[in-house]
Design a protein around this ligand. Structure first.
Ligand SMILES: Nc1ncnc2c1ncn2[C@@H]1O[C@H](COP(=O)(O)OP(=O)(O)OP(=O)(O)O)[C@@H](O)[C@H]1O
Ligand SMILES: [Mg+2]
Length: 507
C-alpha cells in the first residue's frame, strides 16, 4: 500500500501542477472576474492544500531595478533546467562567457534539497499597458514561484533559500567574463576595463612543484575563508609580495592567480594617482573577488624615502621660514603626493575592509629597497621569491612548449642549469620553435647552446669583476702607500727644520 508521506508528495505534486495550470488558465479571464475567482480559489485551497508558495519578482519596485535574488535564482535554475526542463530558453547575459539556458515561461522544474522536494515554476503575467510608461517592457511581469510542503518551512526559510542564492551567485561568477581594470588618469580617479583573457595557469607556470602547490593551497584556503576571517576579526584580504629578477614569472603568476580564483584584476598605476584622496576613491570602486596589482613597487614612488624626507622636512619646518617660500618648496618636493602612509592605509586601513575577498599583489625586482613597514607580515602575508630556472621548472616549460615529458638531452640541461643562472623567460624563448619545421631536438640543442653561452658570459663577467676589484684594491693600496710616504716626508721635513733652527740658536 502507498505510504502516507508518498501520498502527500504525490498529492502535492498534483496540487502544485493544478495551481500552475490554474495560473495559466486565469490569464484568459477579464481582470475583475479573475480577481474574484482568485480570492475564493485561494481560500478554498488553503483548507486542503498543505503547500506554501513564495514568489520572486524580476523587478523590484525600487527604480525598476532588476532583482538580484531573481538573477541568482535564474542562474541557480539554469543548471537544473538544462537537465530537467522540457522547454528551455536561451539568452546571453551581459558580461557572461556562456549562453545561459533557463526554463521557458510557464515551465516547471523539481529540485531536491536535504531529502525534501521543491517545485520551481517560471511565471509570466501580463498587466495592462499604461498609456504613458517609461518602461513598456515591464508591463509583462515575470516571476519565479517556489512551492514546498509547509512542514519544511523552517528548512526552506533557514537554509534552502540561502543555498539557492549562494549557488546562483557562484554560477553567475563562474560564467562571467573576467576584466582587467586600469586606473585612468584622464578621467580622474576612475577605472577603465577590458576583457581579461590571459591564458597563463598554474599548470603552465614553471617553478618548483612543492612551492607551486603551497601557493595554490594558500589561495584556495583564502577563497574559502569567509567565515574564518570573520571569526578572527580580520578583513577578508591577503597580501602577496612577488620578488625576483626580471623574466622569472611574476606577472605570469598574477594571471595564473586570476585564472585560478576567477577574480578580476585591478592594475593600479601609482604614478598616475594624484594624491591619497584619489587613491582612496579608486579603492572604494574596487568590487569583491579582485586582485589589486601594483607592479614594480620600488619604481612606482619614492616610497622608501618619503618617511625620511618627512622627518627632515619636519625638522626644517621647526626653523623659522618665510611661509610662501615654505609652501613653494613643499609643492616642488612632491611630484606625486601618494605617500607611504597613504599606501599603507590603502592596504590595511579602515577603508580597505569594504568590498571583501581581495588579494593585493606587489611585484619588485629589488626587495631589499622596500621600506620594511610596507612588506611586514600582516600587510604582505606571503613573500614569494621567483627565481632562476631550476630543472623542475624547465620540465614544465618543455611540456608546455614541446609536449616533451623526457628526452636524452634532459640530463645535460639539468647539469647546465645547476651551473648557471638563466631566467624561465630565456629558457622559454629558446624552447619555442623558430619555424614550423624545427623539431624538439633542435630546440633543446638551441637551449643547451644558449645556456653554455650564458655560462661563458657569466664566467667572463665574473673574471672582469674580479680583475676590476683587484685593480681597485691595488689602486687603493697604492694611494694609501703614497699617502703614508707623504706623511712621512712631511714629518721628516719638520724634524729637519727643527734641528737646523736649534743649531741657529746656538750660534
Ligand atoms: N615561471 C615561468 N613560467 C612560465 N613562463 C614564464 C615564467 N617566467 C617567465 N615566463 C615567460 O617569460 C615571459 C616574461 O615573464 P614575466 O613577464 O612574468 O616576468 P616578470 O618576472 O614579471 O618580469 P619583470 O620583472 O620584468 O616584470 C612570460 O610571458 C612567460 O612567457
Ligand atoms: Mg612583470
Amino acid at each position: 500500500m502507498m505510504k502516507m508521506g508518498e501520498m502527500w508528495t504525490q498529492l502535492g505534486s498534483v496540487m502544485a501542477s493544478m495551481m500552475f495550470a490554474y495560473a495559466m488558465f486565469k490569464q484568459f479571464f477579464p481582470d475583475d472576474l479573475g480577481n474574484i475567482l482568485d480570492k475564493y480559489t485561494k481560500k478554498l485551497v488553503g483548507y486542503v492544500y498543505p503547500y506554501i508558495q513564495i514568489s520572486f519578482d524580476e523587478y523590484t519596485n525600487e527604480f525598476h531595478k532588476r532583482s538580484e535574488v531573481y538573477a541568482s535564482i535564474q542562474s541557480y535554475l539554469s543548471t537544473k533546467s538544462s537537465t530537467r526542463a522540457k522547454r528551455l530558453k536561451a539568452h546571453d547575459v551581459k558580461g557572461s562567457t556562456a549562453l545561459v539556458l533557463g526554463m521557458d515561461d510557464n515551465e516547471e522544474v523539481t529540485d531536491e534539497f536535504q531529502g525534501i522536494k521543491l517545485w520551481w515554476a517560471s511565471m509570466k503575467s501580463a498587466s495592462k499597458k499604461t498609456s504613458f510608461s517609461f518602461y513598456p517592457e515591464y508591463d509583462e511581469r515575470k516571476h519565479y514561484k517556489l512551492t514546498f510542503h509547509r512542514r519544511h518551512r523552517d528548512l526552506v526559510m533557514g537554509s534552502y533559500l540561502d543555498h539557492v542564492r549562494q549557488e546562483g551567485k557562484a554560477i553567475a561568477v563562474s560564467n562571467r567574463q573576467r576584466k582587467l581594470y586600469i586606473n585612468n588618469t584622464e578621467k580622474g580617479a576612475k577605472w577603465s576595463h577590458v576583457v581579461f583573457e590571459h591564458p597563463a595557469t598554474f599548470e603552465t607556470l614553471a617553478m618548483e612543484p612543492k612551492e607551486k602547490q603551497s601557493i595554490i593551497n594558500d589561495l584556495l584556503k583564502f577563497s574559502k575563508g569567509k567565515d574564518y576571517y570573520k571569526k578572527i576579526g580580520k578583513a577578508w584580504k591577503r597580501g602577496y609580495l612577488l620578488y625576483g629578477p626580471p623574466g622569472t614569472g611574476k606577472s605570469t603568476m598574477i594571471s595564473a592567480m586570476s585564472n585560478l580564483m576567477n577574480y578580476d584584476v585591478y592594475d593600479l598605476e601609482l604614478t598616475s594617482v594624484k594624491d591619497n584622496t584619489e587613491l582612496r576613491k579608486l579603492l572604494i570602486d574596487i568590487t569583491g573577488k579582485a586582485i589589486i596589482v601594483i607592479e614594480d613597487i620600488d619604481c612606482s614612488l619614492d616610497l622608501t624615502g618619503q618617511r625620511k624626507k618627512k622627518k627632515e622636512k619636519d625638522e626644517e619646518d621647526n626653523e623659522e621660514k618665510d611661509p610662501v617660500k615654505k609652501k613653494m618648496e613643499k609643492e616642488e618636493s612632491q611630484p606625486s603626493k601618494v605617500t607611504l602612509s597613504g599606501l599603507l592605509n590603502f592596504i590595511d586601513g579602515i577603508w580597505s575592509a569594504c568590498g571583501g575577498e581581495r588579494l593585493i599583489v606587489f611585484t619588485t625586482n629589488y626587495v631589499e629597497k622596500l621600506d620594511p613597514a610596507l612588506i611586514r607580515r600582516g600587510r604582505m602575508d606571503k613573500h614569494i621569491e621567483l627565481s632562476y630556472c631550476c630543472y623542475e621548472a624547465f620540465k614544465v616549460l618543455a611540456r608546455n612548449y614541446l609536449d616533451l615529458e623526457s628526452h636524452e638531452l634532459f640530463e645535460t640541461i639539468e647539469r647546465l642549469l645547476g651551473e648557471t643562472n638563466m631566467t624561465p623567460a630565456d629558457v622559454a624563448e629558446n624552447l619555442m620553435p623558430n619555424s614550423v619545421t624545427e623539431d624538439a631536438d633542435s630546440c633543446l640543442k638551441n637551449l643547451i647552446e644558449a645556456i653554455e653561452t650564458a655560462k661563458e658570459e657569466a664566467r667572463k663577467k665574473a673574471e672582469e669583476e674580479e680583475a676590476s676589484r683587484e685593480a681597485e684594491e691595488e689602486a687603493k693600496l697604492k694611494a694609501e702607500k703614497e699617502e703614508k710616504e707623504k706623511e712621512q716626508s712631511a714629518k721628516d721635513e719638520v724634524k729637519c727644520n727643527g734641528t737646523s733652527a736649534k743649531e741657529g740658536d746656538v750660534k
